[in-house]
Design a protein around this ligand. Structure first.
Ligand code: ADP
Ligand code: GLC
Length: 490
């Protein structure tokens, strides 16, 4: 079925989407959803805030709706396209055109009015879904609202408590990371434009304050998160981070749908970033990519494995343990290439490690999409010791590229990698290495096990080929979202 013959119109609201604005995997997913659903009879329109990068990509565009006043300033809705799919951009310069990052200033300090910025986004989404845009005098509403993370979540609250023209629209809220909740002091509630009855534990109040993700999770008709294991984990205190009670209460309304990857962008046989494209049948060609990567990171050539890390440098990702792990990798005859940015102290610690191990450990601080492809295409193993990981995309890219994932057994990492335990090796189904618990000793023994596997080249190539054969395209996930949407449309 083509998008033209779609029978369901969905408005997807988020604060990031590739290729326009990205701080993490959320952007990959929001950018891929319209394509994933087009084949399922679902036409997705994406709504994004008018950040400078988004407005400039829009080019010349026409407003399709105007709010004379939206949270203190006039706002316009501009229409454009996102990789061939319909896009709406909320153009409100005082809210979104700022120097810095989407959520913080240049120094990394959160914008104090983030509640206002993303309540505006949610209000706009509820209005548009409810039919704010008119064509020949007829409101063009949507069948369903799909909101992502705390920045999109208020859309579900507005459509529930204050729908445009009284027309509520079924809503889905997807949790990409429950650690980010959009919590603000109670005082802001007076300015968010909701009726007083919403200020309740059974509403938008959250431990005495205003909780934007909480509000969305309470109001949504269905909640999804990005892996089945994370959907279970967030019912517990450790992973739910305060929201576990609500998640447990929502019971069967909570679904785990694994993310897919964009196989047009992440395909080693057809990747313009690689010195030598390859497939599972031509694995030997990876050698040229490995040599190129060693040169790029100033690493010596050696027969030991080349570990790579591509990540935000944060506690979530277990990166505080990386300096000690680097010493262990070097002691075992391996090498390590790191690409990441984030916590300033971690950045400094990693640069110090590379100075300690010249030619053995290379570190690039920053964000570099092309380099991330070259690392997946030339590294032997990708290390992902996350303390929690709702889904994770870099292990999926690693699988597709024959860069064997070495992961902690949590969230989406648990659901996508098959550990090379003796049974899986005998059955010939293993795709990587998993370990339980993120601490120095466990991680060190996982690395030791990985190096041993690497030295047994037949087993290693089997791991690589199995991973490359696995299908983590959007097909299954697109089908699952479409099926869920249909249960909510009556
Ligand atoms: P998260 O969203 O929690 O950061 P994911 O694994 O879901 O984790 O997604 C991270 C995305 O960002 C992936 O596409 C990954 O390749 C990319 N990425 C992370 N850090 C960097 C970096 N320093 N340079 C390039 N890409 C990066
Ligand atoms: C979040 C999570 C990550 C997930 C991504 C996309 O950033 O941390 O695990 O893959 O969202 O859903």
């Amino acid at each position: 079925m083509s998008a033209e013959s779609a029978d369901l119109r969905v408005l997807s609201v988020a604060s990031e989407a590739v290729p326009l604005v990205k701080t993490g995997g959320l952007a990959d997913v929001v950018g891929a959803l319209p394509g994933a659903l087009a084949g399922e009879g679902v036409a997705v329109t994406t709504l994004l805030p008018g950040y400078p990068s988004v407005l400039s990509a829009l080019g010349r565009s026409r407003p399709v709706h105007v709010w004379p006043e939206l949270f203190g300033a006039p706002a316009r809705l501009m229409a454009g396209t996102l990789e061939g799919h319909p896009l709406y951009v909320l153009d409100s310069p005082s809210l979104f055109v700022r120097e810095g990052l989407p959520y913080a200033d240049r120094a990394g300090v959160d914008w104090p009015d983030n509640w206002r910025r993303f309540c505006a986004l949610g209000r706009a989404a509820a209005d548009v879904a409810g039919g704010a845009i008119e064509k020949r005098g007829k409101p063009q509403g949507f069948d369903l609202l799909h909101a992502h993370d705390w920045q999109g979540a208020m859309a579900a609250a507005y459509t529930r408590y204050a729908p445009l023209g009284g027309r509520t629209v079924p809503s889905v809220v997807t949790v990409h990371n429950i650690a980010f909740q959009g919590r603000f002091p109670a005082e802001v509630f007076a300015g968010v434009g909701l009726p007083q009855r919403a200020w309740h534990m059974q509403g938008v109040e959250y431990y005495g304050g205003f909780g934007m993700l909480k509000a969305g999770l309470f109001c949504a008709d269905a909640i999804t998160t990005v892996s089945p294991t994370y959907a279970r984990e967030i019912r517990s205190h450790t992973f739910g981070m305060g929201l576990e009670g609500l998640i447990a209460e929502r019971g069967s309304a909570v679904h785990g749908i694994l993310n897919g990857i964009d196989t047009k962008v992440w395909n080693p046989a057809n990747d313009p970033s690689l010195a030598a494209p390859y497939s599972a049948r031509t694995l030997a060609k990876r050698g040229a990519n490995k040599r190129a990567l060693e040169a790029e990171f100033g690493l010596v050539e050696d027969e030991g494995p080349l570990f790579v890390v591509i990540t935000r440098l944060t506690w979530q990702k277990g990166m505080d343990l990386l300096p000690a792990m680097a010493d262990h990798i070097v002691a075992l005859g391996g090498r390590l290439a790191v690409l990441g940015s984030g916590d300033a102290a971690l950045e400094q610690a990693l640069l110090a490690v590379s100075a300690r191990h010249p030619g053995r450990v290379g570190v690039r601080i920053g964000y570099d999409e092309g380099l991330s492809h070259r690392m997946q295409g030339g590294g032997d193993a990708i290390l992902i010791p996350s303390r929690f990981e709702p889904c994770g995309l870099t292990q999926l890219y690693g699988l597709a590229y024959g860069c064997v994932p070495v992961v902690s057994r949590t969230g989406g990492l648990a659901d996508t990698v098959i550990d090379a335990n003796p049974a899986a090796l005998v059955a010939g189904v293993a795709t990587g290495v998993q370990f339980d618990g993120v601490d120095a000793a466990t991680l060190a023994s996982a690395i030791t096990r990985t190096v041993a596997l690497y030295r047994s080249s037949e087993d290693w190539q089997r791991l690589q080929r199995n991973g490359m054969k696995a299908d983590f395209s959007w097909k299954a996930s697109g089908r699952a979202y479409a099926a869920l949407y249909r249960t909510l449309i009556r």
